[in-house]
Design a protein around this ligand. Sequence first.
Ligand code: SPV
Ligand code: MG
Length: 431
Amino acid sequence: MKTVYTCFCTEIIHEGHLNIIHEAHRLGKVVVGALSDKALIRYNKIPTISQAERVKLYRGLPDVEEVVIQEDMLYDDVIALIHPDYVVHGDNWKDGPKAKIRSHVEVLLNAYGGQIIDIPYTYNENVKKVDRQLREKLAMPEYRRKALRQLISVTPIVKTMEAHSGLTGLIVEKTVIEHEGRLDQFDAMWISSLCDSTEKGKPDIELVDMTSRFRTIEDITEVTTKPIIFDGDTGGLTEHFVYTVRSLERLGVSAVIIEDKKGLKKNSLFGTEVVQTQASIEEFSEKIAAGKRAQLTDDFMIIARIESLILEKGMDDALERARAFVRAGADGIMIHSRKKDPAEILEFCDKFRLEDRNTPIVVVPSSFNIITEAELVQHGVNIVIYANQLTRSAFPAMQKTAEDILKYHRAKEVDDRLLPIKEIITLIDEL
Ligand code: SPV
Ligand code: MG
């Protein structure tokens, strides 16, 4: 009797899955792999039912002999364990990012004479509907909101990219690359005050009001599913901040980061070139505590951002503030620097981690961009935010196009650098 293996990550069974099992059963004894919560979360397929419930669901299917947990997206663990004669999968994994997984499995099976069987993928109206339901469920506030905590618990570092519109949100949502045998994508989105303001042609001084910033969040949530970290600037008046917390929770945002400054906020990357005032430990702690009291869900996170290094107040001040803000209830600490050399950031992380092993650390390597994600992990960082790179790449490209059209008095010369018309009109999927 041959062993036939197929891996599922679905939460709803449709005729496509039943067809795969039916075909697998004709070849031998069917073993279904349930992709573990950890693997799903790692690859942004945040589960909405538990691993145990998925196992139960698959066990109840006709012709399924056994269900095992698959921990590894690339199948190494299960193939080593059960040595299946066949691995059966819908033929949709022959193209796109999943093709990498298929070729990896092929190598594993070839080593002992196993074989892949590609089953024509079932794609009818019902299957499409189930796919859409699964995707859109993840976009619901209650699932999206908790996804950041889930990611922090299972990924070495949460890779976060700025988004300031539906379109940039789609780029963060959908960009997947294959590199050195791995699939990679961003885990979360950062709604930067700098980029949200710049997009509106306004300075980053808390001038763009919350109603407008919430509108940006909604533009993004309408077309994406990944968790959102919101740049809350100073948080404003404590009396206002408590309302902001409630609104963000309702919108499905996972975390707000507020910085310990007061008065007219300027962008941190100006450092001491402009007048910026740091809030006292007491007043900022009170703002954090008030926010924590106001929040209704356990999922939402208030992350305290420390500006001591930016304002050249020293490492001890930064560490003292970190301790105090955690005591006040902060769910994470963001430490910022505008030095090119990451040394002071790493020193902070090392010292903080000696005292506090668990509170998530967030960094924004805009200036100290030489640092790699792997190095940040070694120093205990949990979230890395690429805070402005999409905006900064779009701006020079648009400016150059505008200049060249003025120069040549026609658009032909710029056309080679543009997205083809066919692609721009089909870029956005219709429902
Ligand atoms: C932002 O992206 O708006 C930030 C990060 O707050 S920074 O611009 O570096 O201050
Ligand atoms: Mg900002």
